[in-house]
Design a binder for this molecule. Sequence first.
Ligand code: OXD
Ligand code: MN
Length: 595
Amino acid sequence: MATAIEKWVDEQARLYEPKHVYWCDGSEGEAHRLMEMGMREERIGQHEVFCELNQKLWPKAYLHRSHPTDVARTEHLTYVCHSDREATGPTNNWMHPREAKELMTRLSRGAMRGKTMYVLPYMMGHPDSPYAKACVQVTDVSYVAVSMRIMTRLGKPILKKIGKSENFVKGIHSVGDFDPAKRFIMHFPEESLVWSVGSGYGGNALLGKKCFSLRIASWLGYKQGWLAEHMVIMGIEDLRGNVTYITAAMPSACGKTNLAMLESALPEYRVWTLGDDIAWLNIGPDGRLYAINPESGFFGVAPGTSMKTNPNMMRTLKTSNFYPTLFTNVALKTDTNEPWWEGLDGALPDHLLDWQGQPWDPSKMTKAAHPNSRFTVSLHNCPTLSPEYDNPQGVPISAIIMGGRRSRLIPLVTEAFNWDHGVFMGARMGSETTAAAAGRVGVLRRDPMAMLPFCGYNMGDYFRHWINIGRMMPRPPRIYAMNAFRVNERGEFLWPGFGENIRILKWIIDRVNGRAGAKETPLGLVPSANSFPVEGLDIPRQNLSQLFEVNEGEWQEEVEEIKNFLDQFGHRLPHEIRHYCNTMAARLQFGGRHT
Ligand code: OXD
Ligand code: MN
């Protein structure tokens, strides 16, 4: 008798009418077959799906050029379809599930004619983890199949694990004809189903990533008592071998990947990487918060990545293991057949093709690599991968960082007075937008916990859920706000960032262990004089005072904006959040201490 998966795949095949249905098994032979399909048979517009890059210098590396309109997440085309509109909340697009399915069925009928439908059985999280989830995605493009093999634990054993059960997360994906007018990314949290058409871009098409592991999983976490977050997971080891694990939420393209594998500027610390994008946080049997990374790869932003900014990522990209490494929409150095992007080490090459494969003319002042060009690479290539990465129980978290890209106002690091205040700090987060999502770059938007585009339910309920999770732990992790992007009057960064960010982490670890002082401000606790580690730091001393400055006069507009943003959640906004918002506003205006 057919299993629930087989029946479901059959249903998709009847709708999409592919020429072949191919069940991926995760094997080495298959890796070769999929690359061959992408290099010789499938095309996107005028390009083949994959081109081989210089294998001597970049082992197992391939270039992928996307459809020109398909280069970033499309938040305006992304919907969260709860049957109750209120459950979706004011920050997500909503469509009734019935209407959404009718629309998607219309767009999908016969859309895989002449193509192969790849069936991808995969696991988010280690298969032995009590927190992992089994999933199946269908797709019609080898780029997505290969990417999912890198980003998830994919293969035959997962099919066995699911067996006859109906309990698997479903993902339906087809690139269609890439027409932006027919592009939709639909989420059905009540059925653990994602349905995406018209885009092959990572965040829209690798359905285990943002769509399931954040949007759907955040809803599952709400129902089941855990958190799915847009966070780095890392361990920081001191000379005695003690490792402190932390997570850090930051919006897209704000340095999460660089932070996750930073090369420490302080010789007494080394960093272990567990994840650069998504953390699932569960309360363990001992009442502490444990993090697992559901993914098994990096889907990172290429421009700006170099030996200076992220040497460990450069090593990761040049290492080879079982999996290929994909470069999407980078430029091509034609003399040597190598990938290239703005910010890469070395001189500007003489001959480049731009991200669309056209000869690049430097005098035209355009970028050769797309600003959101990406690499997709296995975590197992990473020299700083933590030995705990595969621990099914996850790692215990001592501190949570909420970061963002703010040129003004927000200090380098601030400690929350307590858990609830930390939730408010997360809720008031703002960040200047980047190229990771379609739309204007560099404008400020509120982005609570860096989850604005990824929270699969009403964010008012999400804040309440965070507060409740804190109540369930006898000693919850401390919460910190971080901003490495503050600038001076001339627009120059005040903080060097990258490897020097270890100093922020050191202060946090010292605070967690009761070894560093802090002083109170209306925003929270900032380092007291001499408690922030500056030995060997080469920046003007006045930068440090500017980095920690809370300039009350400048905050009025910000406070108004935060209040307006939070007001949209109405009665669903927890009173604890409103309380901390009001006290912050009053203290910025009139002074006084934290209550
Ligand atoms: C990502 C994103 O790709 O946040 O991680 O856009
Ligand atoms: Mn992300």
